[in-house]
Design a protein around this ligand. Structure first.
Ligand SMILES: [Zn+2]
Length: 255
């Protein structure tokens, strides 16, 4: 059994063939696919898709990419949805900081902190987005004394950075990045991490695997990411498979 801990299957690029993609995933024993939230006007669609397809589950949050459209009412709506769906929602996310986008840095930090606070109030973990922002993310997690943990999605970075997140109660999301030999640092980090912190993800439709650049990524490629992980680890296939699924169940709520 495989779990894709991070996949944007609610995006419109899957509207024409979502059912077929899910059918293929089932055949590949991908039993659960987590849809992280990105923006307030998309949450309803995520929830409805999860009602139709039992293998889909959702998290709700405001992704830094879309904060140019941010309104304080979105945080009010987030709180309302978390209360309404408290027995279903897996986490607050994806939330975080990204230095590559043209979104005001102070705004990103403020909305990130506010969402951490909301997650704490609802005793929920978070799904973290990072891009060239580990130092600030870690600083804020520490100063806000956030203790609910969660998943650092699409981790890339050093062993020390990964270890800091693990100490803060996070699991480490392993995605298509590891299929690229040039991702030396991250691949080396992954060989050294405890198996108890690894979770698998595709981040589809983003983060295409090596050889599929420029194409829509899909949750059905999760087994290929698993194979790349297998090649980097010394444990056997069954052990890794079981650990990666169990780790997702341990890191998210309501699963
Ligand atoms: Zn994502």
């Amino acid at each position: 059994m495989l779990i894709d801990s991070h996949c944007h299957l609610d995006f419109s690029c899957f509207d024409h063939d979502r059912d077929e993609v899910l059918e293929r995933c089932k055949k590949l024993t991908i039993e659960t696919i987590v849809l992280p939230g990105t923006q307030a006007n998309q949450w309803q669609k995520q929830i409805e898709l999860c009602q139709i397809h039992p293998q889909l589950r959702f998290a709700l949050g405001l992704h830094p990419y879309f904060l140019n459209h941010f309104e304080p009412a979105h945080l009010v709506k987030l709180t309302k949805f978390l209360e309404q769906y408290q027995s279903k929602v897996l986490a607050v996310g994806e939330i975080g900081l990204d230095t590559y986008i043209e979104v005001d840095w102070e705004l990103q930090k403020r909305v990130f902190q506010q969402q951490l606070m909301i997650a704490s109030e609802h005793m929920l973990p978070v799904i973290l987005h990072h891009r060239n922002s580990h130092n600030e993310l870690i600083r804020i997690l520490k100063t806000t004394k956030f203790t609910q943990g969660g998943i650092v999605h699409a981790f890339s970075g050093s062993l020390q950075e990964a270890q800091t997140y693990i100490d803060l109660g996070f699991k480490i999301g392993i995605g298509g990045g590891i299929t690229y030999p040039r991702a030396n640092k991250t691949r080396k980090t992954i060989t050294q991490l405890p198996l108890s912190c690894l979770v698998l993800e595709t981040d589809a439709p983003d983060m295409p695997l090596m050889g599929k650049q420029g194409q829509r990524n899909s949750p059905e490629y999760l087994p290929k990411i698993f194979e790349s992980l297998l090649a980097l680890r010394k444990e056997n296939k069954q052990e890794i498979l079981q650990a990666c699924s169990e780790n997702v169940l341990l890191s998210l709520a309501n699963l």
